[in-house]
Design a protein around this ligand. Structure first.
Ligand code: SF4
Length: 275
């Protein structure tokens, strides 16, 4: 009797019935479709007024699109990082609201900032014992390393002080702004804290800038005169790929901004390989 022969699968191929087989792709596709649909229709994705998390953006043009609630050109980004961050925020909201904590922590409090353009936002956490404004950030390991080396993103810093202003307007006396940065793929032991004294002026400057951009929009009216978009300064960066108005190679700023993302700096290793 001849023994059955065993045939190796082709390199890189998959066998139906095994993990990763083609038959599973339909399941992934269906799950992803529902996740993307829920993400795109989440309240944060649909909000049109400017919130404290956005007013520190470096790019005036991005803020102008936001002020005008301009049709987005870039809606296809992967939302998983944001979903995981939202999940942590929801968990922390419950954890810091427990009655046994004695009401020391004020959680997800809605604050008024500077209506009508910047109506306000919800602050993650306020420590009434130390008058600290605390904002959670859930980020990748490489970003934590970057923030430790260079300091947090300007948007984060402005956001924290803007919430500080909101607390002040609500009758509190914030003393300190804190970012509690958690590694998305690491452990609690990897939490990194950034802190600085509350500075009202940082928030006031950021708010004044938003109103100045609004005044520029009114003066040049890019809605009626699309070429006027050119007059609103853009600050391209690697962050453009997450900008809702990023449209690679666009020549029509009314349809989207090309971003002109700067080329990546060549590392010594890449340069050596190319030599
Ligand atoms: S794509 Fe970049 S440069 Fe253009 S508006 Fe967005 S952030 Fe600014």
């Amino acid at each position: 009797m001849t023994a059955p022969t065993f045939t190796q699968p082709e390199a890189g191929g998959t066998q139906l019935g095994q993990p990763g087989a083609d038959g599973d792709d339909a399941i992934a596709g269906e799950l992803k479709h529902i996740i993307l649909d829920a993400s795109r229709n989440a309240p944060r994705s649909r909000q049109s007024s400017i919130g404290p998390s956005e007013i520190g953006a470096a790019c005036d043009r991005r803020l102008a699109y936001k002020i005008l609630d301009w049709d987005k050109a870039n809606t296809g980004g992967d939302p998983l990082a944001s979903i995981l961050g939202t999940g942590y925020h929801n968990w922390a909201e419950a954890a810091f609201s427990r009655p046994e904590l004695g009401g020391r922590w004020l959680v997800e409090q809605r604050l008024t900032i500077a209506p009508p353009l910047i109506p306000g936002g919800s602050c993650d956490l306020y420590d009434t014992l130390h008058d600290r404004v605390i904002d959670w950030k859930v980020v990748g390991d490489s970003m934590i390393r970057k923030y430790k080396a260079e300091g947090p993103r300007r948007e984060y810093r402005v956001q924290g002080h803007t919430y500080g202003l909101g607390w002040e307007l609500a009758g509190y006396r914030p003393k300190e702004v804190v970012l509690a940065v958690l590694p998305r793929t690491g452990y609690l032991s990897g939490m990194w804290i950034w802190r600085e004294p509350y500075d009202r002026q940082i928030a006031l400057d950021a708010i004044a800038r938003i109103y100045a951009i609004r005044d520029l929009i009114v003066a040049i009216d890019p809605e009626a005169n699309p070429p006027m978009w050119e007059l609103i300064p853009a600050v391209p960066s690697f962050g453009c790929k997450w900008c809702p108005w990023f449209k690679p190679a666009s020549t029509d700023l009314g349809a989207g901004c090309p971003g002109n993302v700067p080329p990546k700096t060549r590392t010594r290793t890449n340069a050596a390989k190319a030599a």
